[in-house]
Design a protein around this ligand. Structure first.
Ligand SMILES: Cc1cc2nc3c(=O)[nH]c(=O)nc-3n(C[C@H](O)[C@H](O)[C@H](O)COP(=O)(O)OP(=O)(O)OC[C@H]3O[C@@H](n4cnc5c(N)ncnc54)[C@H](O)[C@@H]3O)c2cc1C
Length: 349
């Protein structure tokens, strides 16, 4: 045998965090990534994702709160700034449920009226006929730094990281697994598949069904003139909802339209950002950010891997652990999801 405990497939936030927790448990790990670290073909690339506690179900709030503690630990360990707190708004009729969940978890939140919200954050124009919830712990995850921090910390604890190494197949034996990659056969006690949009086909080949739909989402960036770490906004009055956050790379606004993108079959077929979505985002920015330029500066795509109820798939099938923690909102939970995935792998060892 190789002496290797676990092969982790995929170095997005899911696989990177899993590798980290496995090395923290003293395990020998090889992390395989088919592209470069930080590539833009999957779900974890770019400079920012919304970090927020505010959810309408308590378990998400609790996990986000625990994640923040773990993100701060990782910041201490790596010296990287991973979360910037800007505060965040939820706008729309469902914010009462968010407020209840936040209260149950003893997280601070405040219902405020449009005039007061605008007084505090003049860049944003708030609707006067909708409830507005402010949660001060929200902000952004510095996405690319977060993934790198987990990989660096795992490597510092002895993990082997191989970028540009595509897993071609997995064979599950009685007492080990074999992972085929780039003409090599890697054996281990257990394999973790955290392959994002590619997980469905990779797992399908070994008879495991991943119940997810893959969509290609478009995000667009807008100028605020710079110098303002704009609070995150989730505008639930849109159908589907709009969201925005401060983007440190452009020092402007990053915006998206949750689940407005097209369903795709093959994540390897590149597509351009959708004009229909960029126009929708532009209209929303014109209405919600009177202080910003509604002409998009740039746009890009990103893949959502979504379950029917937007929860995550974290499960073990013998020596195969599946980690699919996306549904368009999984980044913030990276440390908690990665630990759950790693714990399932540890059951095998
Ligand atoms: C537009 C958009 C906006 C989002 N906004 C937010 C937000 O504001 N807040 C938030 O919390 N979350 C957000 N998310 C969700 C979050 O980004 C995802 O939950 C998270 O990035 C999923 O990470 P992952 O590791 O599961 O997948 P990925 O990042 O896709 O990682 C999977 C990796 O596996 C690799 N791989 C695949 N097949 C193989 C193979 N055969 N061999 C080797 N490697 C392989 C891929 O190359 C890839 O790097 C957003 C996502 C998108 C797309």
């Amino acid at each position: 045998m190789s002496g290797r405990d676990v092969v982790v497939v995929g170095a997005g936030i899911g696989g990177a965090a899993t590798a980290y927790w496995l090395t923290r448990a003293g395990r020998k790990v090889t992390l395989l990534e088919r592209y470069d670290l930080g590539h833009d073909k999957g779900s974890s690339h770019g400079a920012s994702r919304i970090f927020r506690f505010s959810y309408d179900e308590t378990h998400w709030v609790a996990d986000a709160m625990e994640s923040l503690v773990l993100w701060r630990e990782l910041e201490e360990e790596t010296g990287a700034t991973l979360i910037t707190t800007t505060g965040g708004f939820d706008i729309g009729p469902n914010v009462e449920a968010h407020r209840r969940s936040l209260d149950e978890c003893d997280a601070v939140s405040e219902l405020i009226d449009a005039a007061e919200a605008h007084r505090r954050f003049p860049l944003i124009g708030f609707p006067e006929d909708q409830p507005i919830l402010f949660q001060p712990d929200a902000g952004i995850s510095h996405a690319d730094r977060c993934v790198k921090a987990f990989v660096d910390a795992a490597v510092a604890r002895g993990a082997e990281f191989r970028p540009n190494t595509r897993v071609e197949g997995i064979e599950v034996g009685d007492d080990h697994v074999t992972v085929r990659a780039m003409g090599e056969e890697l054996t281990a006690e257990c394999v973790v598949v955290s392959a994002g949009a590619w997980g469905k086909s990779l797992l399908g080949e070994i008879g495991l069904e991943l119940p997810v739909t893959v969509t290609r989402e478009t995000v667009a960036y807008f100028s605020t003139g710079g110098g303002v770490e704009v609070p995150s906004v989730v505008d639930w009055t849109g159908d589907p909802p709009f969201f925005s956050l401060w983007d440190p790379a452009t020092d402007g606004l990053k915006t998206g339209w949750h689940h407005a993108g097209a369903v795709i079959d093959d994540p390897d077929v590149p597509e351009h950002p959708e004009e229909r979505i960029i126009s929708g985002l532009s209209r929303w920015v014109a209405e919600r950010f009177p202080g910003a330029d509604p002409q998009a500066v740039t746009a890009e795509t990103c893949l959502y891997t979504t379950t029917a109820d937007e929860r995550f798939v974290i499960e073990r099938h013998g020596r195969v652990v599946v980690g699919s923690a996306c549904s368009g909102h999984g980044f913030k939970f990276g440390p908690v999801s990665g630990r759950r995935i790693a714990d399932l792998a540890l059951e095998v060892l």
